[in-house]
Unconditional design. Structure first.
Length: 116
């Protein structure tokens, strides 16, 4: 099982980034996918959810209206489009695949830095 995030980097406040997470080694289309982030010195927090078919998404208030999660089950990839970025969005972003008990996988993360 492998989840590989990409697309992070340095962006100015108000800018945009699109993260990708490429999955392999499991039946991607059967798994819920989520994005989390962890800021320096803080706990990991959830930022986006998408169901296995891609028809349902959910976000915490802190990113709602700015972040959009999507998935392409044909490409085994989940995306996170981040717009109107703020300095407080800085952190390491992780994708997570959840298929059931003991079927909970994590990537190694990609760093997003929002700074002028």
């Amino acid at each position: 099982v492998q989840l590989v995030e990409s697309g992070g980097g340095l962006v100015q406040p108000g800018g945009s980034l699109r993260l990708s997470c490429a999955a392999s080694g499991f039946t991607f289309s059967s798994y819920i996918m989520r994005w989390y982030r962890q800021a320096p010195g803080k706990e990991r927090e959830w930022v986006a959810y998408i169901n296995s078919g891609g028809s349902t998404t959910n976000y915490p208030d802190s990113v709602k209206g700015r972040f959009t999660i999507s998935r392409d089950n044909a490409k085994n990839t989940v995306y996170l489009q981040m717009n109107r970025l703020k300095p407080e969005d800085t952190g390491v972003y992780y994708c997570n695949a959840l298929g059931g008990p003991r079927m909970d996988y994590w990537g190694k993360g990609t760093l997003v830095t929002v700074s002028s």
